[in-house]
Design a protein around this ligand. Sequence first.
Ligand code: CO
Length: 210
Amino acid sequence: MSELEDLFDNNRAWAESMQRMEPTFFQDLSKGQSPAYLWIGCADSRVPASQVIGLQPGEVFVHRNVANLVVHTDLNLLSVLQYAVDVLQVRHVLVVGHYGCGGVRAAYGNADNGLIDNWLRHIKEVQYRHRAQLETIVDKEQRLATLCELNVQSQVANVCHTSIVQHAWRRDQRLSVHGWIYNLQDGLLKDLGCTVESAAGVADAFRVVN
Ligand code: CO
């Protein structure tokens, strides 16, 4: 149990230091949150959302799952997205993947991983859709890195395809959806340049109109 007690020690030390720096920090935050960002990232322990972008409690709303997927039947993600967009009115949705993602690696292979393969199949579809591009990359690690990037771009599109985001744009709410990737080896983020800021960036087939 001592290792868990360490966590409580850490927590007390952290709470005290926060309070020392800003005596009303917790009281102020307890009144409500208005984060400007929704982070959709991988559950990987090496990619802690707020630390990576240097933000404090209250500044980023976070959803994490294996391989930062946006699946249209995932009630958990859709609920987070709806709350973030409709209620919190975040300005930016950040879909953040990372190189060296175990989920992407597992999806790329052909091993039987059990239940999780049903989740990873969404990445498999990205791999299959982009097989021509991927097959031109000789180095396997480079191919996996590219698949990590393609996965992020695909999930950005999925965010934009939701009625939640399209309704926000229809009522002229300012909302941008970005695709970033994190490098475990140097701690740096890269913008993949696939930002979508309006319904004009959504393919016709996925556009909700009326
Ligand atoms: Co990952």
